[in-house]
Design a protein around this ligand. Structure first.
Ligand code: UD1
Length: 381
C-alpha cells in the first residue's frame, strides 16, 4: 500500500467508511507512549475510539504515570489481568477482551508492540472477524528464545494491516510473503511522543534530584529475563557495570521484575539504583546521558532519535536500523565487548542519523493507512 506521507494536515472529522469505533489496546509500559499519539490523531479527526487497558502492568509507576504525563484518556475498559505465566496472562487477557470486542463491534482493533497483551488482543479480534492493525509490525530478532519474537510473528500473521516502523521491517514482511497491500511504512510512533515531549522532559528536575550533570553520567536499564532472572548472570553484568561506574557514575531505574534477583546481589558503588521512572524522566535521563546501557527495545530507538550512544546488552536485536543508521552497538553480555563499546561511546566515536519517517508524523500516517485500507474494502468504492 502506498500511503501519501506528504499530507500531515488531514481534515478533522472527515467522512470515513468506518462502521464502528477504533479499539486501541494497551497493557504494558512500552505500549502507552505508542497509543497516545494515535488516540490524539483519531480524536483530532473526530473518529470514535475506545481505549482498552489489559492491566498487564498495574503498578502506578508502570502505568498510571504515563497516562497522567502524556494526557492519555483513562481507559474505557480496564481488564485488570495482572501478572502470571505467559499462558495464564495471555489466556486471561483473551477471556476478558472477547466480550469487550463483542460489545463494542469495532471497525478496527489496533495492537501496538510485542508484549503478551498485543498477542492476546490480536488473536481475539482475528477470531471474531474484526480487522486488526499491528502497530510496529515486521520487526524480527530471529531469536525464538525471546517471548516477544513469538508475539511479533504471530501478531503479524493474524493482522490485516501491518504498520511498519522502518524499511527493514517492510523487507522482513515482504520476505515472509505478506502482500504489499497489507503493509504500510508509517515510521516510528515513539518518535511522535518523544519529539512532542522533549522540551517538557528537559525541564524535569530528575538530574538535579540525583546529583547528575548533563553529559556526566551513564544510564542503565535492564529487565529482559535472559539478563535479570538468573542472579549469577545478573551479578556478572553488575561486575562490569561496577567497573564502568568507577569512571562514569551510572544510574539505573529498576524494573520491578529485577527486584528478586537483585536482593541476592551486592550492588557495586557508583551504580545508583532508583525506582522505575516516568516517561518524561526516562527521556530526560536518556537525553543527557554520555552513554545508555540497555536491553530494552524502545530505548534502542529513543537513543537513536536523541543521537545518544546506546550499548545493547543482548545478542540480537529486532531493531537493526538503530545500528545501521542510529547510535546503537549490539554487544551481548561479554565483559570485553561491553568495555570496548562503552569506550567507543565515551571517546565520541559513535554518531548516527535519524531514520526516515521517524519524524513525529507517524500517527497521521497510521490513520491514513487504516482509512485507505477500509475504503478499499468497502463495497461502494
Ligand atoms: C513485559 C514485556 C516486555 C517488555 C516489558 C516492559 C511480555 C512477554 N513482556 O515484560 O516485552 O519489554 O514488559 O516493561 O509481554 N511487575 C510488577 N508490577 C507491574 C508489572 C509487573 O511488579 O506493574 C512484576 C511482576 O513480578 C511480574 C513481572 O514484573 O510477574 C513481569 O511482568 P510481565 O508483564 O509478565 O513482564 P515484563 O518483564 O514486565
Amino acid at each position: 500500500m502506498t500511503v501519501d506521507t506528504s499530507d500531515s494536515t488531514a481534515p478533522a472529522s472527515a467522512a470515513t467508511d468506518l462502521n464502528g469505533p477504533v479499539v486501541l489496546v494497551a497493557g504494558a509500559r512500552p505500549n502507552f507512549m505508542k497509543v497516545g499519539p494515535l488516540q490524539a490523531e483519531l480524536d483530532r479527526r473526530g473518529i470514535h475510539n475506545v481505549l482498552v487497558h489489559t492491566g498487564q502492568h498495574y503498578d502506578p509507576a508502570m502505568s498510571d504515570v504515563f497516562f497522567d504525563e502524556l494526557g492519555i484518556r483513562r481507559p474505557d475498559h480496564h481488564l485488570e489481568v495482572g501478572s502470571g505465566s505467559h499462558a495464564a496472562q495471555t489466556a486471561r487477557i483473551m477471556e476478558a477482551f472477547e466480550p469487550v470486542v463483542i460489545d463494542e463491534q469495532p471497525s478496527w482493533v489496533v495492537v501496538p508492540g510485542d508484549v503478551n497483551s498485543t498477542l492476546a488482543a490480536s488473536l481475539v479480534a482475528a477470531k471474531l472477524g474484526v480487522r486488526v492493525a499491528h502497530l510496529e509490525a515486521g520487526l524480527r530478532s530471529r531469536d525464538w528464545d525471546m517471548p516477544e519474537e513469538v508475539n511479533r510473528v504471530v501478531t503479524d500473521r493474524v493482522s490485516d494491516l501491518l504498520l511498519a516502523p522502518s524499511f527493514d521491517a517492510v523487507d522482513n514482511l515482504a520476505a515472509e510473503g505478506y502482500p504489499a497491500t497489507a503493509v504500510a511504512l508509517v515510521g516510528n510512533i515513539m518518535a511522535d511522543t518523544l519529539l512532542t515531549n522533549l522540551e517538557r522532559a528537559r525541564s524535569r528536575p530528575i538530574l538535579v534530584e540525583n546529583a547528575l550533570t548533563p553529559g556526566g553520567y551513564g544510564l542503565v536499564t535492564l529487565h529482559r529475563p535472559s539478563n535479570v532472572d538468573d542472579p549469577k548472570t545478573l551479578a556478572a553484568l553488575l561486575d562490569v557495570l561496577g567497573e564502568i561506574a568507577q569512571r562514569l557514575p551510572l544510574i539505573w531505574p529498576v524494573h520491578p521484575r529485577v527486584n528478586s534477583a537483585l536482593a541476592q546481589i551486592e550492588v557495586p558503588s557508583g551504580l545508583t539504583l532508583i525506582e522505575p521512572v516516568s516517561y518524561l524522566d526516562s527521556i530526560a535521563l536518556q537525553a543527557d546521558a554520555m552513554v545508555v546501557l540497555t536491553d530494552s527495545g524502545g530505548v534502542q530507538e529513543e537513543t537513536t532519535v536523541l543521537g545518544v550512544p546506546c550499548v545493547t546488552l543482548r545478542t540480537t536485536t529486532e531493531r537493526p536500523i538503530t545500528i545501521s543508521h542510529g547510535t546503537n552497538q549490539l554487544v551481548g553480555t561479554d565483559p570485553d565487548a561491553i568495555r570496548l563499546a562503552v569506550h567507543r561511546a565515551l571517546s565520541g566515536e559513535i554518531a548516527g542519523t535519524r531514520p526516515d519517517l521517524w519524524d513525529g508524523k507517524t500517527a497521521t500516517r497510521c490513520v491514513d493507512a487504516m482509512l485507505t485500507y477500509t475504503a478499499a474494502q468497502t463495497p461502494h468504492h
